[in-house]
Design a binder for this molecule. Structure first.
Ligand SMILES: Nc1nc2c(c(=O)[nH]1)N[C@@H](CN(C=O)c1ccc(C(=O)N[C@@H](CCC(=O)O)C(=O)O)cc1)CN2
Length: 287
């Protein structure tokens, strides 16, 4: 068996054209959605992601507001920019690019954001709404994964999903999204404390590998026909991405989301969805 590819680039392009139509409709009502980003430091990967987000905004007709601070910025300096973005009327939603430099209390920064402007779905209020089943922005990578599966016809309802990893952007919120009534999956969360990872993986219909451990998921760990999404990012000595999923998995799985080209572009597309939805909610509230 050779797995079908869960093509994140093509799926994200489709979502972006849907977003562009919604942006156009908002503009007709006098509202221009605008995404703000705050990048602290000079990590080339983070810079690449942030620049990509601004390119996406231009493509879908959204405004974008770019804020940057050096790696030496203090907690206070970062919080000052967060306050400015909270007040800035052109910025209808924003993100603080993670990770923040060592020594910065990232939770305190996230907590200071206006939850109405949380484009990442990572503010404690947004995560709380997710737990309570209230509408709000969904974490971009987890919901991007759901969209990628749905739009390729992979059954989520009733599926046994194994999530590997417990980081703030993917592993931790992923089960919260997948166990909503609308997704209805049964989720096992694995992490470095899991005793027999292979045993868990072998019973999974869907694997979300987000541990950041190169080639952690091996062909012999995968049930034939399963969907395997590679979300881990490690780099080899040439700076090339090495995912969490061994290349041989494509011979066993039914579907594979490659890395790059799978979940990454979906993360960016879902960010645009969150910004447009926040602007739509504000129009609805205004009346
Ligand atoms: N505030 C946030 N910070 C971070 C998030 C996040 O969702 N919110 N996630 C990641 C980085 N990220 C978005 O910010 C992101 C990662 C990867 C991609 C992407 O399109 N990747 C490409 C490959 C890129 C490459 O070659 O390096 C792909 O997968 O095809 C987009 C966004 C951590 N921080």
């Amino acid at each position: 068996m050779t797995a079908q590819i869960l093509d994140g680039k093509a799926t994200a392009a489709a979502i972006k054209s849907e977003v562009a139509a919604r942006v156009e409709a908002l503009k007709e009502k006098g509202v221009t959605p605008g995404l703000g980003t705050l990048l602290v430091g000079d990590d080339p990967g983070s810079r690449w992601y942030v620049n990509g987000k601004h390119r996406d905004c231009a493509q879908v007709g959204m405004a974008s507001i770019q804020r940057e601070l050096p790696a030496t910025a203090t907690q206070e300096e970062i919080e000052e920019v967060v306050r400015e973005l909270n007040e800035n009327p052109e910025c209808t939603g924003y993100i603080v690019q993670l990770p923040l430099p060592k020594g910065i209390d990232a939770n305190r920064v996230l907590e200071l954001m206006d939850p109405e402007k949380d484009a990442d779905g990572l503010h404690p209020m947004s995560l709380g709404k997710l737990v309570l089943g209230e509408p709000g922005p969904l974490p971009c990578t987890p919901y991007g994964i759901v969209q990628l599966l749905r739009r390729h016809g992979v059954e989520i309802n009733g599926a046994n999903v194994v999530v590997v990893g417990r980081g703030i952007t993917i592993g931790r919120p992923m089960p919260l999204v997948l166990t909503r009534k609308s997704e209805n999956a049964t989720v096992t969360q694995c992490h470095t404390g899991t005793r027999d990872l292979s045993a868990h993986l072998r019973q999974a219909d869907i694997i979300v590998a987000a541990a950041g451990v190169p080639h952690l998921v091996k062909p012999e760990d995968v049930k034939p026909g399963a969907a395997v999404l590679d979300v881990g990012v490690s780099r080899d000595e040439n700076g090339k991405i090495v995912g969490d999923v061994h290349p041989g998995v494509t011979e066993v799985a039914g579907w594979v989301a490659p890395n790059p080209g799978g979940v990454g572009p979906m993360t960016r597309a879902q960010l645009l969805v969150n910004v447009v939805e926040a602007a739509e909610r504000s129009v609805a509230v205004a009346g």
